[in-house]
Design a protein around this ligand. Structure first.
Ligand code: HEM
Length: 490
């Protein structure tokens, strides 16, 4: 690297950036003055170098990579980045914990966020998913409350299991996500080996305008592996950035992490009678009914050169969709399509789309969004800044999205209802998980993991939690009760 002369922020040469200027005075001593532009620039920039961290998913690692199509699905979607075996698309990846702050430990029991930005020729497409297939709530108005109950108590400023369980015992639609969270999956031992789920139901739209419902799944090509509670707790103290380091070191030594991308597809005719699980993100679509179809593979191949610029300033959003993939009436998805860009305008400023990690690689022409703090482009020069001008050069896109947004579903998909009451159906898939997916060892660990969190919870709430899980399987309630009795005898 060639030597570079130090300067001020606007380029004036600086002799020594480690020495501030003092004006000598007659009689000895010196004054530091307002004329010391170096000192003033350095101090005032320092005072402004923090930006708000993400309100959730603040702690993360990220990297650049590439997505390659391995199976042509052009019959399902017109999205160009998914068409043609061998087609490559640059991507940006970010893997986060949910509840902890930016400086918190990596190896905690938590849902991991799994974000991928595809820089396609038709604009950016983001999959902003999680490492478990289901979510805690299905009404977006509960999302802030959910997260506060997992974060710090307003008085003690500490995470608080009483608050956590108080939320969940009264919002038992979260039971399926809780089954996953307290299973082995809850503490991955490496970012390179986590699964990623788009979670929501999206639409794939083909060139003729027909659509099918779909879900996205990323699977690591290495086996998923996990930490025990004890290993994770030790590591959280020994190296709070263990996952961040593991990802960085692997990429640096050329041991590149790879995930396969799959989709599940549901025909609109199947959706007509599928019921509420179609758009309810506390439910999965069983693989036996909707098998995984391979689409491509994602390889991470480059560490960021600067974490703040490239990862902290990254703005992922479920609203970033390219033609060929479309939204559905899932109320959580709809709310997220508003919430992310809104959060990013606050966190990064109104022109966050111009920042390097968010800038599309295709031509952008959005002359009706201009000016504002931090404009970094030529800001469309003198082009008309009002619509339907005869003087402008903008032309309509030829790729008109002809998706029909009439959902073909039966009435009991219950989309018109504000609250979908929790009923027996909510316990079916958690029961499957407990009985068929978990083995006895996993069941024992699950009970131990939950029991630990219940130790300081008031009796009444502990009973409510046991009652909730008894609806998954009466044995869970009995095991939780037995553990509670044992620990109170000690
Ligand atoms: C109504 C429901 C939800 C709301 C309102 C919501 C809101 C938010 C907000 C405001 C952020 C911070 C964005 C930023 O500052 O850049 C965020 C981050 C995130 N959320 Fe959600 N969220 C919701 C549900 C979900 C669900 C269901 C998933 C997974 C399927 C999810 C995954 C993520 C991920 C991965 C991030 C981190 C994005 C990144 O890497 O920068 N969220 N969420």
């Amino acid at each position: 690297m060639s030597n570079r002369t130090f300067t001020l922020a606007e380029g004036q040469p600086v002799a020594d950036p480690s020495v501030s200027t003092t004006l000598p005075t007659f009689g000895g001593g010196g004054l530091t003055t307002l004329g010391d532009t170096l000192l003033i620039e350095v101090l005032s920039h320092f005072n402004r170098e923090r930006i708000p961290e993400r309100v959730v998913h603040a702690k993360a690692a990220g990297a650049w990579g590439e997505f390659e199509v391995t199976n042509d699905i052009s019959s399902l979607t017109s999205a160009k980045f998914l068409n043609g075996v061998g087609k490559k698309t640059p991507i940006l990846f970010r893997l986060s914990t949910t509840g902890g702050e930016k400086g918190s430990a990596d190896t905690v029991r938590d849902v991991r966020g799994f974000s991928v930005k595809f820089f396609t020729e038709e604009g950016n497409h983001d999959i902003v998913g999680n490492h478990i297939p289901v979510f805690f709530v299905r009404d977006p108005v509960r999302f802030p409350s959910l997260n506060r109950s997992h974060k710090r108590h307003p008085a003690t400023n500490r995470p608080d299991w009483t608050m956590f369980w108080d939320f969940h015992a009264n919002q038992p639609e979260s039971v399926h996500a809780l089954m996953h969270l307290f299973g082995t999956r809850g503490i991955p031992d490496s970012i390179r080996r986590v699964t990623g789920f788009g979670v929501h139901t999206f639409k794939m739209v083909s060139a003729d305008g027909g659509f099918r419902y779909c879900k996205f799944h990323f699977r690591p090509t290495q086996n998923t592996t996990h930490f025990s509670d004890q290993e994770a707790t030790r590591m959280a103290g020994a190296n709070a950035d263990f996952h961040t380091q593991d990802l960085w070191d692997a990429i640096a030594r050329g041991d590149l992490p790879v995930w396969k991308l799959y989709v599940q597809i549901m025909e609109p005719e199947q959706a007509e009678t599928y019921g509420r699980a179609l758009f309810d993100i506390t439910k999965v679509w069983p693989h036996k009914d909707f098998p995984l179809i391979e689409v491509g593979q994602m390889t991470l191949n480059k560490n960021p050169e600067n974490y703040f610029a490239e990862i902290e300033q990254a703005a992922f959003s479920p609203s970033n969709m390219v033609p060929g993939i479309a939204m559905t009436p899932d109320p959580m998805l709809q709310a997220r399509m508003f919430a992310y860009p809104d959060a990013q305008r606050y966190r990064l400023g109104v022109n966050y789309t111009q920042l390097p990690p968010n800038r599309a690689i295709c031509p952008i022409y959005a002359p009706f969004e201009r000016d504002g703090m931090g404009t970094m482009t030529r800001n469309y020069g003198g082009d008309p800044n009002y619509v339907r001008s005869s003087l402008g050069t903008g032309v309509p896109s030829q790729i008109v999205s002809n998706v029909r947004h009439t959902e073909r579903i039966e009435r009991n998909a219950i989309l018109g209802q504000n609250e979908i009451p929790v009923d027996d159906e909510d316990f079916l898939q958690p029961r499957e998980l407990w009985n068929r997916v978990f083995d006895e060892c996993e069941r024992r660990k699950w009970v131990a993991n939950v029991s630990e969190t219940l130790e300081d919870v008031p009796d009444q709430l502990r009973d409510a939690v046991a009652t909730m899980f008894s609806k998954v399987d009466p044995r869970i309630g009995q095991l939780l009760d037995a553990k509670a009795k044992n620990s109170s005898r000690l």
